[in-house]
Write a protein that binds this ligand. Sequence first.
Ligand SMILES: NC(=O)CC[C@H](N)C(=O)O
Length: 382
Amino acid sequence: MALPAPAQVRPALLVLEDGRTFRGESFGAEGETFGEAVFSTGMSGYQETLTDPSYHRQVVVMTAPHVGNTGMNDEDPESSRIWVSGYVVRDPARVPSSWRSVRSLADDLRDQDVVGISGVDTRALTRHLRERGAMRVGISSTETDPQKLLARVLQSGEMAGANLSEAVSTQEAYVVAAQGHKRFTVAAVDLGIKANTPRMMSERGIEVHVLPATASIEDVQAVSPDGLFFSNGPGDPAATTRQVELLQGALRAGIPYFGICFGNQLFGRALGFGTYKLKYGHRGINQPVMDRTTGKVEVTAHNHGFAVDAPLEGTTTTEFGEVAVSHVCLNDDVVEGLELRDADGALTSFSVQYHPEAAAGPHDAAYLFDRFSDLMRDRKDA
Ligand SMILES: NC(=O)CC[C@H](N)C(=O)O
């Protein structure tokens, strides 16, 4: 099959906040965009990455050199739109090829007004971010002067201190029915929830009441939940107070809790720990994490730029019980999970910094949804 002629090439410019400049071609929508430059090392799952609300206000650099081969389908999105504020690839596929593909990546970016750039040396850009840390960036197909774009990058918003989950959350509560026999009811606070999370709960007989990020403790209790869940989400956990207070109220009321990613960071804050910004974060689908409960190492999907500052060894006494770090990233010893136990040593709540709901995978961590079900069963019986 002959390849179609490349679309008319329009130059684009990428300028980091420290002045480093890359030149490439406009990819997706034309125009100008700003955000925090971060890199993802996943070799597959670009559609899930683009539609993950946790990437709100971030410009994602793909380290995979060739992106777009399988096009865009209607089954894999994690939400109803693309959330990244910009997209950087080296070599976009000119022809998508998959039986599920209904659009091309470039068309979807253009239709959803997402500005991207291609033809960039993404390896050099990633090495720069790894050495200097995640930082603000601008991409433009309308500006040709790097100094002028840099001035606008320096005026754009920072990720540290940004409270973003309410901007991406559902406005209205909705219910995802349990598949088969209903075993539990969960109140899931949407801080940027991915579609696969309620799906994986539903498959385990959980009826999921997805609530807006602004939900109150009364809204949670109105559902009579067996468990409370906080999702992943964008922004700085240190800038989020309302949901931390909600979580503390639920813990006082004795509701078992499970949190993922942002939900792990807010759990840490509710228990009295601080959070901090990692130099360049963890974003990819092959990060090794040890589950200290079983001693097993899982290969896991990550997308986080912040982390919980909790002691790796021993337990910490809080008004809610004894807390310990349950999971650790083997690359850099970053806290990847927390667990809370009562005075008898029984698990009452837990959370992980990584993604048991990960699509395209890996699926090593899917057992955590079973752990949540077991926890709700045990607390119901208690
Ligand atoms: N995926 C997430 O929930 C990300 C959490 C938080 N915004 C971070 O970057 O660390």
